[in-house]
Design a protein around this ligand. Structure first.
Ligand code: KG4
Ligand code: ZN
Length: 395
């Protein structure tokens, strides 16, 4: 089946077209088209992402990216749809997206209807105004082209795409051994989820305060490093890794031994702040020491909690997903630790290009929903900023 997918939950505008084949036991995804535009340079100026600014940028860029992905995919298509009869209905769907409406109508009138089977879109979690741009465009397209809609949970996109391996230019998800434990680490989320079958999730732990990506970004700001902070801190810390063990500042590891799979990162962030305040001068050498100490503390906490979740569930597979899973040190620490401490558990880490937000992961998650015949209603589809992937087991 061919899926057109849209992602606008945060600061990446993305559209992908995937050809998906196989069942849940052996799914295979070929990327026919993939267009992505990061707003990082725009948000950099402010040191973080502003929802209304993100919305404006999505509205400006989404239709051109849709066109780009379709051109790349070069799908056969039928002539442009006759939409005059449904003009009003499309306008109503796009009522709250005035910046996008004209672009959309121009696109629609000149573009053939592509041979796709469904339209997938991130419905949450994320920044609500940003999410709505994607959701409303998907609803309008679904009406104009008469294609079914699939709402996707962004975190499920991170989780399932992390299971994929690259094989002969395609992404393959096969031989998944349940239970799976997923450590999902991004700018907005830090959670450990267990999955005992497709679409059956349980929340094992989550952050009580900051997400780990958020902590990276805030600490980077304290160190005068640009947004997003993850790659910047990583760069500094990596430079010290060939040196002695004590190249890093000693920093706390909040909640590490509390017997839960929950996290807290605000204490770690505050410890960095106090450390900086005590310094007469924030030299490059001090920045590096702090970056290294911060990364070591983060890796230590993330591994300890994940290891606990593996023990509790008897997980056969561990995945890590989300923007922070692209971190070089974490990828190395997790690979080493899993081999040393849980040799019966297989670690799957997504290809780096799939770690930060993209629309390929949305298409992957959508395919499993399609296999389960889970489609969404165009009229009632909502953007939900707090959409949860998993709940805690009450038992
Ligand atoms: O998943 P993502 O692209 O967006 C959200 O859904 O939030 O994650 C973005 C987060 C940012 O906080 C960024 O600093 C962090 O991921 N990040 C990293 C790295 N690359 C991105 N953190 C640590 N190391 C990296 N290499
Ligand atoms: Zn994300």
């Amino acid at each position: 089946m061919r899926l057109l997918s849209i992602e606008t939950s945060c600061d990446e505008t993305a559209v992908s077209i995937l050809e998906a084949t196989g069942g849940t036991d052996n799914a295979r995804f070929s990327v026919l088209g993939n267009a992505l535009l990061s707003q990082i340079d725009i948000h950099k100026e402010y040191g973080g992402v502003y929802p209304m600014l993100a919305k404006r940028e999505h509205a400006k860029n989404l239709v051109p990216l849709l066109e780009k992905a379709l051109i790349e995919a070069n799908l056969p298509g039928r002539e442009a749809p006759i939409i005059d009869a449904i003009d009003d209905e499309i306008e109503r769907i796009l009522e709250r997206e005035p910046d996008l409406t004209e672009l959309f109508f121009t696109f629609l009138r000149r573009s053939p209807i592509p041979e796709i089977d469904a339209i997938a879109v991130t419905a949450g979690p994320g920044l609500v105004p940003a999410l709505w741009v994607g959701v409303n465009l998907a609803r309008a397209l679904s009406l104009a082209w008469n294609k079914p809609l699939i709402a996707v949970n962004h975190m499920e996109g991170h989780m399932l795409s992390a299971l994929a391996c690259e094989e002969d230019g395609a992404l393959v998800i096969d031989d998944v051994q349940f239970p799976v434990v997923g450590l999902l680490i991004s700018g907005g989320h830090t959670e450990i989820v267990s999955m005992d079958a497709w679409h059956s999730y349980q929340l094992m732990g989550a952050t009580k305060d900051d997400a780990v990506g958020e902590a990276y970004d805030k600490v980077a700001r304290m160190l005068d490093l640009p947004y997003p902070g993850g790659p910047e801190i990583s760069k500094l810390a990596e430079a010290t890794r060939e040196e002695a063990f004590d190249a890093g500042e000693k920093l706390p590891r909040p909640m590490i031994n509390d017997g839960t799979c929950d996290f807290s990162f605000s204490g770690l962030k505050t410890a960095v702040l106090y450390r900086i305040k005590k310094l007469p001068d924030l030299t490059d050498a001090e920045k590096t020491r702090i970056a290294r100490g911060f990364e070591d503390a983060v890796a230590d906490v993330l591994w300890t909690k994940t290891s606990r979740a593996i023990e509790e569930t008897g997980a056969n597979t561990l995945v890590i997903g989300g923007g922070v899973s692209g971190n070089t040190n974490l990828r190395r620490v997790f690979a080493e630790k899993i081999a040393a401490e849980h040799s019966g558990t297989t670690l799957r880490i997504p290809p780096r290009a799939l770690t930060t937000d993209n629309a390929i992961m949305i298409g992957i998650a959508a395919y499993y929903r399609a296999l389960a015949h889970e489609y969404s209603n165009r009229e009632t589809l909502n953007a939900d900023g707090n959409l949860a992937l998993a709940k805690r087991d009450k038992s």
